[in-house]
Design a binder for this molecule. Sequence first.
Ligand SMILES: [Zn+2]
Ligand SMILES: [Zn+2]
Length: 773
Amino acid sequence: MDDRAPDDAAGALLARLQAGDSIPAVTSVLEIPAMPKRVGSWPSWAPTEVRQALAGIGIQELYPHQSEAADDLWHARHVALATGTASGKSIAYLLPAMSAMCDAPPGREPTLLYISPTKALARDQLRRMEELHFPALRCAAYDGDSPPEERRWARRHANVVVTNPDMLHRGILPRHEAWVAFLRRLRFVVVDEFHTYRGVLGSHLAAVLRRLRRVAEHYGAQPTFLGASATIADPGMTLSQMIGVPAKGITHDQAARGRTTLAIWQPRARSWPHSGPGPPAKASLISETSELLAQLVGQGVRTLAFVRSRRAAEVVAARTQRILDDRAPHLSERVASYRSGYLPEERRELEVRLRDGLLLGLAATSALELGIDVAGVDAVLIAGWPGTRASLRQRMGRAGRGLQPSLAIFIPDDDPLDSFLASHPEQILAESEGIVLDPDNPYVLAGHLCAAAAEIPINEEDATCWFGPEAPGLLETLQERGFLRRRRAAWFWVRPQRPADLVDIRGSNAEPVSVIEEDTARLIASVDAGAADRTVHEGAVYTHQGADHLIVGYSPEDCVAMARRTALPYSTQALTDSETRIRRVEDSQDWGAVGVRFGTVEVNSTVVGFLKRRQRTGEVIGREPLDMARHTLTTRAVWWEIPSEVLEAADIEAMDVGGAAHGAEHAAIGMLPLLAQCDRWDIGGLSTERHPDTGHCTIFVYDGQAGGAGFARRGYLSAQKWLTSTVQAVASCPCESGCPSCIQSPKCGNGNEPLDKAAAIRLLNAVLASAPR
Ligand SMILES: [Zn+2]
Ligand SMILES: [Zn+2]
């Protein structure tokens, strides 16, 4: 293969994109080398008819990672396969499953349960299995879209069922008696894209999978699990945490692929209002992305642009079309947007149009990131850091056809993590973050213990064995609260409703707030209950589909906010009054005089008012008080206790301590996603000059979910690494006194005041200097 020409192709394309600009926009170029073809051996246990069926869909050879994982699964070893996009992970479970089905008498075949994070991906897998035309495979989908007759058929006749965690939790497990035929023969369970179950969702999935293992064992089955994921650190450990038994990890991706060039594109004229703090100027990221997409489409380059929100996907597509209307009107209809929320038929049509080359440009959200079959575009734009390296690699993996080289462009947004990565490009392709989950979170476990007790009454030994050492204590508590009743040795569910209906595995149990348009009574959006006080309080400016709405009424009790559509010259930012009390220190290290702690805290907060900021400049033009309810969150936190002698030695005067600690807190929150797969909205923080419980200046960073999500703990365990990158990010930011790329935060409840960049750097350096070497 000629290696030069492909390189030149990506380079030439980049050069063309930059033509005419005096300051180059590309600040670094990274290369991911091509992977030559390697071939694994076919396992001796695979019957000829299975190999023939796979040959029928073009699989003549196996990659080494496929043979290894297939062999593990066949021999009942739980295995986590963490390799790239289009590395053929499904063959690793189809090969042993089809082989096992061939061996068995008809009607007595072993069964396979496939669990996917999204309905779309599950349906895609189902379609691919059907394309095998393998008589022993009887596949069915069991999800919210399946009609009753299909569900009945699935329960009685299918030996492969594709579903999602929600259906497993609400549909299959509570009605396990109806699934006896399937569960009794359950030999394989596939958890696809398991890197997406992070934080509290991961803790829920862990509980659901333990319930599944328990119910299966009740029917005499002990299934083997295969977890498939994007490249993450230590996949075997993560899968073990999810299923509760040891699993092996396979991370050597040996799928053949062409070279990928990753360019970091730093827009030139990213002007930020220097007149003071304010919400970040997101518009420039969107316009830069639209411009690049238009240029690539204009050159006939098939391109996917990944953006962070549904709305951004629509705006980028619309702007790109508008740019093309001027330059190349015949191309503008070959650009579209793709996001979750579209109907399955709409999505399928977009996928097909893209594959066939009818579409040249597609602006997409992460909905397109998971295993859906659209590999094979020429270039990928990644607008804003996707949150994790695993996700970046998934998106990059969408570019490139076979062994052809491909181009990916990362366009950083205005926030600490994006800026840090843009100036430390070697970090971008470093080892992926680990998945953080906490299977012992009592807030998560309680509901699942009720569900498990309703499925099959649970005794103490059972509880410890399946749900860990905390479970028996929780059962006692649930009995005291009247959810469970103990009879002889076991606990029973005694309430009329189904416990599975009380647990929402997607997160908060609180009902979201509906935002209703006043004139039309139309529902325009729903806002997460936890964020509603901050975003749809009376007087808030709420932007929806690019249009400003003034919130004219908000009733938290009824979960409703009324919005009036009107153009306003300002945006709003909520002000909160928060305090943190330490409930229990669970782990502790001393860095010289500085204390680093992990434990349980109680965060009390109230929205006390809001600022009005002039659009564009961010200048504060008004301040209004609000009288709202106080909320208490009991969660896990990591914190630093910094005595005054450390601050004095670092030349931080008493009046600057608040601004130093506040700046360090914001930056640390912005950087935690580098270590744990979370985003800055999953965590919160608080800093005080002198905290009543510690007597010192204290900086807290806490999990945003009751009971904790594991992120703060990960921060505690990697505290030194975390603060080191935090201080680097702040110190390397070219701004003078703080900006959204370093110490300002878009969710600050104090209007980003006080903040002192220079003192924050001195504080972080002083804390790090006390750390053990
Ligand atoms: Zn800055
Ligand atoms: Zn703040």
